[in-house]
Ligand binder design. Sequence first.
Ligand SMILES: Nc1ncnc2c1ncn2[C@@H]1O[C@H](COP(=O)(O)OP(=O)(O)O)[C@@H](O)[C@H]1O
Ligand SMILES: [Mg+2]
Length: 235
Amino acid sequence: MSLLEVSGLEAGYETGQILFGIDLAIEEGEAVGLLGRNGAGKTTTMRAIMGADLPRIIDGSIRYRDAELLDRKSYDRADQGISFVPEERQLFPRLTVTENVHIAASAAEDPLPAEEMFDLFPELDEMRDRHAKNMSGGEQQMLAIARALVSNPDLMLLDEPCEGLAPQIVERLEDVVTRINDERGVTVLIVEQNVATAMAVADRHYILDEGRIVEEVTTDRLREDDELRQRHLGV
Ligand SMILES: Nc1ncnc2c1ncn2[C@@H]1O[C@H](COP(=O)(O)OP(=O)(O)O)[C@@H](O)[C@H]1O
Ligand SMILES: [Mg+2]
């Protein structure tokens, strides 16, 4: 039994269908990439899994620990151990680092101690009292990841965590996500347009093109196959 199994998922918005039969499975402990060009449907897939920003579900199933998720509320999915770091981060801008972490912890069923977040992110430790709105993009992204992690998830969904960030920060975030997966055993599904980041973090990848999974590849194959990257990712 896979930790997460998406089968035949057809979904979209009021304006039209975006996903046309998505099949993917993630085993416990894996780190998996979900790749594809802008507009391919990556974020819509994440939202369908998390039950957030409600895409319209047309057909299919999303099973987590062998139970159907689609009829559950987003907070129920969070209680079951799924946490989502959305593209737009959705921090509380007027709250401090500590407050953002504590709010997430207090909303969780079985949170980790906040101090563990500050051990994992020494950068945040040094700015506990800073308001989120006064942090750099990279610092905000670390806070968004810390906030998702403090709820003690089994599965973490990350939507383009490195988008628009400087190379040193990207490297730092790759390291953090790898540690969350390797050392803490959190299963990771990471969406990236930056293929190098996806390859640094994940062992295998699904490639999404116009709402369909067109390839499932290992990192080694993705690295070697220039034509494949060019065809589906344009890089
Ligand atoms: N809230 C929404 N309402 C209507 N259409 C949307 C919404 N969000 C995304 N879309 C559309 O769905 C398609 C896929 O978007 P998205 O899943 O965000 O792609 P990706 O994350 O791969 O860039 C795009 O054509 C986008 O314009
Ligand atoms: Mg997106």
